[in-house]
Design a protein around this ligand. Sequence first.
Ligand code: ADP
Ligand code: MG
Length: 269
Amino acid sequence: MLSSNKIGVDAGGTLIKIAYMQDGVLQFEKVPAAEIAQAAKRLRDRFPDADICATGGKSALLQSHLQRPIRSMVEFDATCKGAKFLMERQGIFPDSFVLTNVGTGTSVHYVEKDRHLRVGGIGVGGGTLMGLSYLLTGIRDYEEIIRMSRLGNRKHIDLKVSDIYEGTEPPIPGDLTASNFGKALGLQTGREPEDMLASVIGLVGETITTISVQAAAQSGTSSIVYIGSSFIENDVLENTVANYTRLRGCEPTVLKDGHYSGALGALLS
Ligand code: ADP
Ligand code: MG
């Protein structure tokens, strides 16, 4: 099914993801979307005769840089196809599930065996993580943001239900966030960048979980599969999303290599 002279490309708003087969082994690569011209040149040089199938918002731009015709695929079809392939390989077989793609923005799908449907989306996603982190701390490097967020503590910035119900029994779990950044106005001491970054990831994670859980309830499933490059090496986001999804009564999977779903779907087409 996978031919070695075929390449799947998912040219997204932030990252270009590439999937191809080499010596029978599936290979993945990613490059910043800002370097799309160089990426196209490298693809042309390395794979002069390959059949390229592209998806994602920047696939037309990629084609113009490649200067040769390529096939294109609807992004949501590619993403769902690739995600299903990865899930099967990893032994994950829900009958139906919500697929939440946390890319630059976030897109939510309902997937059944032979059918998928986009059920929503939200502008809060990986781009929000990067943008808010930058505005608050001046840091723009993804890996540095993630590394520092691990050292942060949200309790200085986020208001919990238990903070409001001081000393009394709250009607909902006290550990839930009552207000993301709700303590910021009362900050007495330093605004540690680590704490702010942890809170930014908390905001993004809780928001995407909330819309995913609501989509799951509406669709009559309790399985939620999370993909997208925002989860790369990002254990703070992964843990926030996984724990909060469970607390809301759904079963989370943060899919390994999930950020290559679109490229893989294009490769498989
Ligand atoms: P898109 O398809 O819109 O390009 P992705 O699924 O590739 O989106 O996710 C993009 C997000 O992934 C970024 O907004 C950022 O939060 C995160 N990310 C992971 N690795 C990087 C990186 N090396 N550079 C920039 N952003 C990264
Ligand atoms: Mg994408």
